[in-house]
Design a protein around this ligand. Structure first.
Ligand SMILES: Nc1ncnc2c1ncn2[C@@H]1O[C@H](COP(=O)(O)OP(=O)(O)OP(=O)(O)O)[C@@H](O)[C@H]1O
Ligand SMILES: [Zn+2]
Ligand SMILES: [Zn+2]
Length: 829
């Protein structure tokens, strides 16, 4: 690298790559290049584009994530930065100081306008006699271009060996090289009109009108808005500019997602429990972790809002993490109503431009609230005063693939610690991880957790070990409203007594009543689509995905839409055949019921009932969550029918009835977390009922009434459920007691992946202190034509075992087999 450059880790660099110039990040300084790196793969750093781009605490965070999740740092940086930022940037060359009069503006590097160009020109008839012919040619080309600016590629095409000439010009400081951001992340500019003069007499009525409109808008409007409001053409603005009444300039438009205009909302007067929780949170100084355990509808959000308000006044910012975008419109609305335009959302469903702009908006350091999903844990807010993780038990905070397979809760713990701010975890059904870390401190333990976990080297490799968590509880609903009674219906008895419908008599009556009383209900179904599989009644043939080892689900959206069979794993779709592909029988039958099937059945049995289907089929388009929920909130439907999405924080006071069509799909999963997840899902969905003045009721249909999860859901008993569940976990050394790492292997070649899995497992087995389970085929062996095997590693968290050398493990994988190391996996199926 050029001697005068002092590169430090975290700097943004430009590095030549072929004819292009790429954006790069300095990861680490090496005294010697790696021995196995061939010299032709090493490039010179050309320039530093941005010094100290990452603040040190943030850089440390990225490094922790990389170390804990065994992921190259650059992959972690990719998750943290908005997409495209480091994409293919274009290298350009321009004259330093512009070309004589009217030269273009500032250079990115902040090298100001000097007397530069023109003074050279005056010195002698040929002041550049010292340049080589190549440099000279480049120089003249640039002189001839009005802005004095060409892409590197263009100069290379025009001048033979241009790069040599450019290097020479750079050395003399005559030109500079810069990176132009890729197109999609380019800032968006738009013309803004600003009122500058007071309204005077030399104006026509029309001109006066335009200025009046501008004045009423605080003297500033986008040009297109102004023209639209006044129904005027741009010529009138030209005249006004000439007369000196207005100035038109290009201004940047930030493409941040805007919510609808909302009426402002003031702080509510808190219940005793809310007030006490808030008080504790506000006395925290610096890093601490808090579990806010509040039953459904206990007003956790109000506590968050009031904890954030004073921070903003102190010039600090807050980060609010939520599981999924489906629940964000309602939550963001509440935040916007309280904090106005200080709120922005940040999640992967934003367009790249919106993400880029929101990201830069955060860097301004203005006090603000950012609400986002998993990846927003990396939101680059300086001056962070508080992190909130709402619905902290939700598994969508965990990334299964690609690497880093991080959990936003774990990363948030590190981040809060590094930024020295409190972290509040909120839930009605806390994860057993959080529950155990509260219990660790023993009864009444209010000890502060600023123990400085992870100061020294390896320590941070255990996520929660040295953290102690403060416990705050909101045991009652707002206004002492009762939790809804939960009725369990045994579907085996329904069948015995001759009811063949998918709805029990109890649920049928409740739906009937709903209509009569003009109330609203929610119906929860485990799956989307119509049926889980289609098979032939004559020969038993089951229609399967050609690329995966699963049956195809039947989808039929509306009357005239095509009937489709779809794979829920790879999204393969085919039309529904009229005849069995195997025996040509016309008798094909649908089994299992998804949201579509249930809505059709409802339409048949309750034709008067107005329905809204709320699942990933009906919420594909941007804004559709909001649209459907608004329709429902406005009373345009009686029943909301949907999947998992319904369980996440919906607050609809009119809902009195919640029905679960079949709890069994949740209960009978082969995963060690199935019970915990089922309890959480059922408790959360039950918690949507009776949040307003009218009392609610919940009906859960199941074929396994005796299941311990069902008993706990019926009695709203988190404590005894978690007690029993933790005993089982402890006995088997599963999390939160033992730790797990899952190796996922996949390949197009079934033999090779199996052999590789076997070899890796054998190698791992030689190691003591770790328990190796498998290799075993994944529960669905083939997905999208890839065969999948896995190996589960179990170990005790405290006695940090000598973990395998992952580089060595990777080296056992042939190139046709891909390996993902999933640390603390949540999905093991
Ligand atoms: N102090 C208060 N006084 C009156 N109403 C309140 C108060 N606090 C919260 N509420 C209202 O109570 C309702 C439930 O609150 P919120 O949605 O925050 O509950 P929650 O604890 O997040 O529930 P869940 O875990 O089920 O999502 C909301 O409509 C909220 O506006
Ligand atoms: Zn058949
Ligand atoms: Zn498939």
């Amino acid at each position: 690298m050029p001697a005068q450059l002092e590169v430090k880790p975290g700097d943004i660099l430009s590095v030549p790559f072929g004819a292009q110039q790429l954006g790069a990040i300095a990861i680490r300084l090496l005294a010697q290049p790696n021995v196995d790196l061939s010299p032709e793969k090493i490039r010179e750093v050309e320039d530093i584009v941005s010094v100290g781009f990452f603040p040190s605490a943030y850089w440390e965070l990225l490094n922790r994530v990389a170390a804990y999740y065994y992921t190259p740092l650059i992959q972690v940086i990719r998750v943290a930065l908005p997409p495209g930022l480091l994409g293919r940037s274009q290298r350009r060359i321009r004259l330093v100081g512009g070309r004589g009069a009217g030269g273009r503006g500032q250079g990115a590097g902040g090298r100001g306008q000097g007397a530069g160009g023109s003074s050279y020109l005056l010195a002698s008839p040929d002041p550049f006699a010292f340049l080589t012919p190549t440099a000279r040619q480049v120089w003249e080309l640039l002189q001839a271009q009005p802005a004095g600016d060409y892409s590197f590629v263009y100069l290379q095409q025009k001048v033979k060996s241009a790069y040599r000439g450019i290097r020479e010009l750079l050395r003399f400081g005559l030109v500079e090289s810069y990176l132009e951001p890729p197109r999609l992340t380019r800032r968006k500019l738009q013309k803004a009109v600003t009122l500058t003069g007071t309204i005077d007499h030399d104006l026509t009525t029309r001109q006066r009108e335009v200025l009046e409109v501008l004045r009423r808008h605080s003297g500033e409007l986008w040009q297109n808005e102004l023209l639209q409001i006044c129904n005027a053409s741009s010529s009138i603005l030209k005249t006004l500019t000439q007369k000196g009444y207005i100035v038109i300039e290009e201004r940047e438009v930030l493409r941040t997602e805007q919510g609808p205009a909302l009426a402002g909302d003031g702080a509510k007067s808190l219940t005793v429990a809310q007030a006490s929780a808030l008080e504790t949170i506000q006395t925290l100084d610096g890093f601490a972790e808090v579990l806010l355990h509040g039953v459904t509808g206990s007003g956790k959000t109000e506590v968050y809002l009031q904890a954030i308000a004073p921070l903003l006044n102190q010039g600090k910012s807050a980060l609010v993490l939520v599981p999924e975008i489906g629940l964000t419109p309602q939550l963001t609305d509440r935040f916007r109503a309280r904090f106005g335009n200080k709120v922005s959302v940040y999640h992967s469903a934003l367009s790249d431009g919106e993400r880029y702009d929101t990201w830069r908006q955060m860097l301004t350091g203005e006090p603000q609230v950012v609400i986002g999903t998993r990846s927003a844990v990396f939101a680059p807010l300086p001056n962070l005063g508080l992190i909130i993780l709402d619905e902290e038990h939700d598994s969508s905070f965990k990334q299964d693939s690609p690497i880093p397979t991080y959990h936003a809760r774990t990363v948030a713990q590190w981040r809060a610690e590094l930024e020295n701010c409190p972290l509040v975890l909120g839930s009605a059904t806390p994860s057993l991880e959080s529950w155990v870390s509260v219990r660790r401190q023993g009864a009444g333990g209010r000890g502060q957790g600023a123990g400085g976990a992870g100061e020294a080297g390896e320590e941070f490799l255990t996520p929660n070990s040295s953290l102690s968590t403060l416990y705050l509880s909101l045991p009652e609903r707002i206004n002492s409203r009762p939790l809804p009674p939960v009725e369990i219906v045994d579907m085996r008895q329904e069948l015995q007594q001759g009811n063949r419908s998918i709805f029990s008599r109890s649920l049928q009556e409740a739906l009937q009543e709903l209509q009569e009383r003009k109330q609203q209900g929610i119906l929860f179904i485990h799956r989307r689509g119509h049926s889980t599989f289609v098979s032939c009644r004559s020969c038993g043939y089951v229609l399967e995905c050609p690329h995966c080892d699963v049956s195809l689900a039947y989808h039929h959206t509306e009357e005239k839409a095509p009937e489709l069979l779809r794979c829920h794993y790879c999204n393969y779709a085919r039309s529904h055949p009229k005849f069995c592909p195997d025996c040509s029988s016309p008798y094909l039958k649908f089994f299992g019921s998804g949201t579509q099937r249930v809505t059709q059945e409802l339409a048949r049995q309750f034709p008067e009932l107005r329905l809204i289907r709320f699942d990933s089929d009906t919420t594909r388009n941007k804004g559709s969550h909001r649209t459907l929920l608004t329709q429902f909130a406005n009373g345009e439907a009686d029943l909301l029918v949907g999947t998992q999405m319904l369980t996440k924080g919906l607050d609809l006071p009119q809902v009195t009835l919640v029905g679960v069509v079949a709890a069994d799909g949740l209960l009978n999963l082969s995963d060690y977390r199935a019970s915990e997840r089922a309890f959480q899902t059922l408790t959360q969905v039950a918690g949507r009922a009776g949040r307003g003045d009218d009392p609610g009721r919940v009906i859960v249909q199941t074929y396994t009434t005796e299941h311990q999860v069902i008993a706990a859901v019926r009695s709203h008993d988190y404590h005894s459920f978690s007690q029993a569940e933790l005993e089982q976990r402890q006995a088997l050394n599963y999390p939160p007691y033992g730790r797990l790492i899952l190796l996922r292997l996949s390949s197009l070649d079934p033999i090779q992946v199996q052999n590789t899995a076997q070899i890796i497992a054998t190698t791992l087995n030689t190691q003591e202190e770790i328990e190796v389970l498998g290799p075993a085929p994944a529960s669905i062996l083939r997905v999208a034509n890839r065969y999948r095997w896995q190996i589960l590693i179990k170990f005790a968290p405290d006695a940090l075992p000598q973990l395998p050398d992952w580089e060595e493990v990777r080296s056992l994988c042939p190139s046709s087999v891909s390996l993902t190391i999933d640390v603390d996996p949540l999905n093991i199926m």
